[in-house]
Design a protein around this ligand. Structure first.
Ligand code: ADQ
Length: 485
């Protein structure tokens, strides 16, 4: 069987059951453990100077191959083009786009350099699966280095409408680079449609839906395939974790301090795409307009800071601190704090148990590729007495989870109404909605996501055995010095 090579910006320092700040980390590591192979990417280290060398670590069937970044590369590739240009653009926040052409050059340079580091580790029949917006030019760079293996790409975040993508100055180079992959995976059908729209209307290309349901794309002199592959979770594993934690200390502490009040719960990375300010205001509207809810419900928001060295993230943090302080100042009583706002990571098992103990899962991003928290919340519920999911229509998960109360996160009143409905929902309706969503989550769990993508990648590309890269031996892996540029 072919080895699977996963390439992602960050190779997470994963420990079983431990905290993991990124959904990508959870989904991908679970997938890789089943197939065996290698996970290649940045170690998370930033060096001011010196020689960078690949570090290899074997953990069971998985080899972790990681390498640091130089400060300038980190600034241009990661902080700059990836997170100050692409992230806001792909989340429809054209107002937050910061573009610097040197950052884009750095982004391309780092992609080329990373690809060159991977080449000596590759075997001829490896299948390469590249993840996310940091690595859009990666296949182009591998091809330039002579690699003929199959290469797939999965975009974890939304693909924006053409008119938004056009705001990114090198949009054409980016889409051309995407067309160097053999298979492109998007989270949802609307993301795939947005990509096809660009191909047809901005790149003079052509798209056609094939009998197998995949889309065939012809553009920039290449033919490739594209499809929607909504990422999943392992719902039954999460359910077990949640049940096991039911009587654990975190849940006992929460319940003891709630004094039988209901709890609305949210968990997100602290990111402006997650809609936290609007969410806080809708909770405020709920307790403002329905005085009966006062002192009867608490809102628990867990949001560990990320990308804290970017201005837009410092800004959202300050705004949230101001909002939670203002709302608590307005409504808190001696024995009731309306909003509990916590800036830390928790183990997956603790989060699952807290999800199970809460009455409403409140997941309202302004834009989100999928949003695994929505799926984790449903998975963690007690089938006998499940909570209700309030979910933004702009989370990819809303395409699948019809049993949620779907809201528009820009409609504060609408969200407050949905919270009130969720808090009062009768048991039978909660159970029916839960059963419906759980069936969907089981049908499309993370193995199905991986298997569907791998199946289609195997079919795409149709490359012959003689067109393979220089074989790498199984012997010691060379230490690769940093290229000058
Ligand atoms: P993220 O933007 O990170 O992922 P999400 O899908 O919600 O968003 O995944 C977050 C993951 O981190 C979840 O598994 C969650 O449990 C975990 N997490 C969050 N806060 C935590 C905390 N305080 N402690 C411990 N764990 C925490 C990107 C895209 C999403 C897409 C995923 C996967 O932005 O749209 O769903 O990739 O493709």
């Amino acid at each position: 069987m072919s080895r699977l090579i996963i390439v992602s910006n960050r190779v997470a320092p994963i420990s079983e059951g431990g905290p993991a700040a990124g959904g990508l980390a959870v989904g991908v590591y679970d997938a890789l453990k089943e197939t065996g192979g290698m996970w290649f990417g940045w170690s998370g280290d930033v060096l001011s100077s010196g020689q960078l060398e690949i570090q290899l670590e074997e953990r069971g069937p998985v080899t972790f191959a990681t390498i640091g970044l130089l400060r300038r590369d980190y600034d241009q590739y990661y902080r700059g083009f990836s997170n100050a240009t692409l992230w806001p653009a792909f989340h429809y926040r054209a107002d937050l786009i910061q573009y610097d052409r040197h950052d884009f050059e750095g982004y391309c340079r780092v992609n080329t350099w990373l690809a060159q580091q991977l080449v000596p580790l590759l075997r001829p029949d490896d299948v390469i699966w590249v993840h996310d917006y940091h690595l859009i030019p990666f296949a182009q760079a591998l091809r330039a280095a002579g690699v003929k293996n199959r290469i797939g790409f999965f975009l974890h975040i939304p693909f924006p409408a053409s008119q938004v993508l056009l705001a990114v100055p090198p949009h054409r180079s980016l889409v051309e680079a995407l067309c160097a992959f053999d298979l492109l995976g998007f989270q949802t059908a609307p993301d795939l449609r947005a990509f096809c729209d660009y191909i047809v209307n901005e790149a003079a290309g052509a798209v056609e839906v094939r009998p197998d349901g995949l889309t065939s794309v012809r553009a920039f002199g290449r033919t490739l395939r594209a499809g929607a592959y909504p990422i999943g979770v392992y719902p039954d594993e999460i359910a077990e974790l949640a049940k096991a934690g039911e009587r654990g200390k975190p849940v006992r502490t929460l319940k003891a301090t709630l004094h039988s009040r209901k709890v609305i719960m949210s968990v997100d990375r602290l990111d402006y795409s997650k809609g936290l300010v609007e969410r806080f205001r809708a909770f405020e509207r709920l307790i403002d307009l329905a005085p009966a809810q006062r002192n009867q419900v608490s809102f628990l928001q867990i949001a560990p800071p990320t990308r804290a060295d970017l201005h837009a993230y410092q800004d959202i943090r300050l705004r949230l601190e101001a909002e939670s302080g203002r709302i608590n100042g307005r409504f808190a009583e001696l024995d009731w704090t309306p909003i509990r706002y916590i800036h830390r990571q928790y183990e997956r098992s603790v989060l699952a148990a807290l999800f199970r103990a809460s009455h409403v899962g409140y997941v309202t991003p302004l834009r989100d590729g999928m949003n695994l928290v929505a799926k984790e919340y449903v998975s963690a519920q007690d089938p006998e007495n499940p909570g209700v999911l309030v979910l933004s229509q702009f989370a990819g998960a809303a395409q699948e989870l019809g049993g949620a109360l779907i809201v528009n996160p820009f409609d504060i009143d609408g969200m407050a109404d949905a919270l009130a409905i969720a808090l009062a929902m009768p048991l039978e309706e909660r159970q029916a909605r839960y059963r419906d969503m759980m069936a969907q989550l089981r049908e499309n769990n993370v193995s199905v996501w991986r298997d569907n993508f791998m199946r289609d990648l195997a079919r795409a590309g149709e490359r012959s055995e003689d067109a393979v890269p220089p074989a790498a031996s199984d012997g010691p892996v060379p230490q690769v010095p940093l290229a000058a540029e």
